[in-house]
Design a binder for this molecule. Structure first.
Ligand code: PMP
Length: 316
């Protein structure tokens, strides 16, 4: 980005990021009263393209509804345009995109109906979350001693900021124990997901992943399932136990920030050959081709940012 000022969208306007300051008594800061999304834009031969923006904005609205707001602050159309404008204003081709709805004003009690919501969108260049080398080498995981949310305690379908305290506890325990990420079990003891990714295993040529009930319905998870089926693999969504992971032929995790990353070790056990497996590699390649504009699904899933508008935005 060089010396250019970083811009963000805030409640309808593009503003300089450095000028945005929150008062200490912002309710969102105290109780995690915020809802967010994580989206990526990729460079393609036709310019920057946002991967599955429609689905991400739908989940954003769904999260807000689950959180319990009566009135959604902005419609999908407005947010869609805002994402495009923010990317253009920052002259980025590949970036991570972070929409956030947060309770910005109101009482310091817990009654959200007495609060006012704001929405912001920031973008920044962000390499692979688990490290570029993880894409080939794979990551090491441990099963967490922290349980994933009980679906009647914290809503697993919503990206509510406060829910992420659970992910933070699990992730930090794993990293401080020398691992890259962590597998979280649901309250019944079955495999749920990682602190910020969904999880897949491969056994005898079939692809398995936990069912939706107690996990975040990852948009990358859905993309991987669809691409795998397009390639002729059988994909099974069924409860998975911890020891099924230990004896998997291959394992990988996926998410917007991490993308598609092989797992080489879990709880000190080597997974498969200890290297990226052949099916993981095929699915990974298919994913990266798609996000960069190749293949039939790219037409369906990529939302191209029109660069000819760039000059107009810069001049505004
Ligand atoms: N699970 C959790 C807990 C997450 O935070 C994420 C990241 N959003 C995912 C799964 C993957 O979801 P997606 O592919 O939509 O980014």
């Amino acid at each position: 980005m060089g010396s250019k000022e970083e811009m963000m969208w805030l409640d309808g306007n593009l503003v300089a990021m450095k000028d945005v300051r929150l008062p200490f008594l912002t309710p969102a800061l105290h109780y995690g009263l915020a809802v967010f999304e994580g989206i990526r834009s990729y460079d393609t031969p036709r310019g920057p393209a946002v991967f599955r923006l429609k689905e991400h904005l739908r989940r954003f609205q769904d999260s807000i509804r689950i959180f319990g707001l009566q009135e959604l602050p902005y419609d999908t159309e407005t947010l869609h345009q805002a994402v495009h404008d923010t990317i253009r204003a920052n002259h980025l081709r590949e970036c991570y995109i972070r929409p956030l709805m947060f309770m910005a004003e109101g009482s310091m009690g817990l009654d959200i109906d007495s609060m006012k919501a704001s929405v912001g969108i920031a973008v920044w260049p962000w390499g692979n979350y688990l490290g570029e080398e993880s894409l080939e080498k794979g990551v090491r995981l441990m099963v967490s001693s922290f349980t994933r949310h009980h679906p009647n305690v914290s809503m697993t379908k919503a990206k509510i900021a406060g829910n992420y305290a659970n992910s933070v506890l699990a992730k930090n325990l794993a990293v401080r124990s020398g691992y890259d990420e962590t597998v979280m079990l649901d309250p019944s003891g079955f495999v749920a997901e990682c602190s910020g990714e969904n999880l897949f295993l491969i056994r005898d040529g079939k692809v398995y992943t936990p069912p939706k009930a107690t996990i975040l319905e990852g948009i990358t998870r859905d993309a991987v399932i669809t691409l795998a089926r397009d390639l002729g693999y059988q994909v099974v969504e069924e409860p998975i136990s911890r020891d099924q992971l230990y004896i998997a032929d291959e394992m990988f995790v996926c998410g917007t920030a991490a993308e598609v990353v092989p797992v080489r070790e879990l709880d000190t056990r080597t997974i498969g050959s200890g290297r990226r497996g052949p099916i993981t590699r095929t699915l990974q390649e298919s994913f990266y081709k798609c996000v960069h504009g190749e293949g039939a699904r790219a037409a369906e899933w990529l939302d191209y940012v029109k660069l000819e508008d760039q000059a107009r935005i810069a001049a505004d």
